[in-house]
Design a binder for this molecule. Structure first.
Ligand code: F6P
Length: 320
């Protein structure tokens, strides 16, 4: 019987538990021993290990967060830390590892792979900023959470004839803002990937007001600037509205995963295990046009996923 471990690392994302369940149960299905590592790479260093059975992952499928806990571990990301992690895996006779997380998680996984550890990555982050997969686990749920919040804001924006700037997460990328912006019918989106032009934004809302629109929603990606900064710029530029600011923040990281994220996590978990059991390593599983694919984590990390600029055109056309 072989022994494999799994961990979640970096920012949590709805659907991580579904991925934990999928990896654990498929490893058990093929008669392997499974160890859950708590608190990501931090727990790998501290030997915070938990034997996993079929029932340890019972009832977690639709729970947000991660039962294994997560952390960002600066201690791990140095020569000494990585070597200690390799030692600990050897000490417990662990034959391979599945890591569930985003870019930082894969950076760590690559270091382990380069030192001979068998490791497969599953992309899970609300940011959706991983090259090589159409979607990351958690992105769809985060978009739906943002959408629900913005639809409530639209009620009050409409009643009071106000403008709202809604800041969403996404770190340095605008996937969450763009997807949410289209879905909520935003008048404008501000993204790190797009040059910001204040005249463009002011013209858009001022003209729309002249045409009879009485309120406005601007979705702002946190990576472009802060909502307060944008409000101050709008004030200085004589925007017809005095905008209200809402920062959605960590709300987007929690909640029941959507059907899409749960199914995605279930598929990616089983496929990650298939690769691990076939003695593959250094790969990330992903989804491409509905099909499960895999590619070297190094390739996924060294490429930048591009925004679909057609979505910006959609906003221009639909927000007249
Ligand atoms: O990567 C996920 C994410 O939620 C980003 O959108 C955000 O910028 C960041 O994590 C926040 O990180 P932390 O949890 O360390 O504050």
């Amino acid at each position: 019987m072989r022994k494999f471990a799994l961990l979640t690392s970096g920012g949590d994302a709805p659907g991580m538990n579904a991925a934990i369940r999928s990896v654990t149960r498929s490893l058990l299905f093929y008669e392997n021993e499974v160890i859950g590592i708590r608190r990501g790479y931090e727990g790998l260093l501290d030997e915070d290990f938990l034997p996993m059975s079929r029932s340890s992952v019972g009832g977690i499928l639709l729970h947000g967060g991660t039962i294994l806990k997560t952390a960002r571990s600066p201690q791990f990301m140095c020569e000494e830390g990585i070597n200690k992690a390799v030692e600990n895996l050897k000490k417990y006779d662990i034959d391979g590892l599945v890591v569930i997380g985003g870019d930082g998680t894969f950076r760590g996984a690559e270091e382990l792979h380069n030192r001979g550890v068998s490791v497969i990555g599953i992309p899970a982050t609300i940011d959706n900023d991983i090259f090589g997969t159409d979607a990351t686990i958690g992105f769809d749920t985060a978009c739906n959470t943002a959408l629900e919040c913005i639809s409530k804001l639209r009620d009050t924006a409409s009643s009071h004839e106000r403008m709202f700037i809604v800041e969403v997460m996404g770190r340095d990328s605008g996937f969450l803002a763009l997807e949410t912006g289209v879905a909520c019918g935003a008048e404008y989106v501000v993204l790190p990937e797009k040059d910001f032009n204040i005249n463009d934004l002011c013209d858009k809302v001022n003209i729309s007001k002249l045409k009879g629109k009485t309120h406005s929603i601007v979705v702002l990606a946190e990576g472009a600037m802060s909502a307060n900064e944008l409000r101050d710029i709008l004030k200085k530029n004589n925007c017809v509205y005095t905008p209200k600011v809402v920062v959605l923040g960590y709300l987007q990281r929690g909640g029941v995963p959507t059907c899409f994220d749960t199914v995605l996590a279930s598929k990616l978990g089983v496929n990650a295990v298939t690769l691990l059991l076939a003695d593959k390593s250094g790969l990330m599983v992903g989804i491409d046009g509905g099909k499960v694919v895999s590619m070297p984590m190094e390739l996924a990390r060294s490429n930048t996923k591009k925004l679909n600029k057609d979505m910006l055109t959609l906003i221009d056309i639909l927000s007249i």
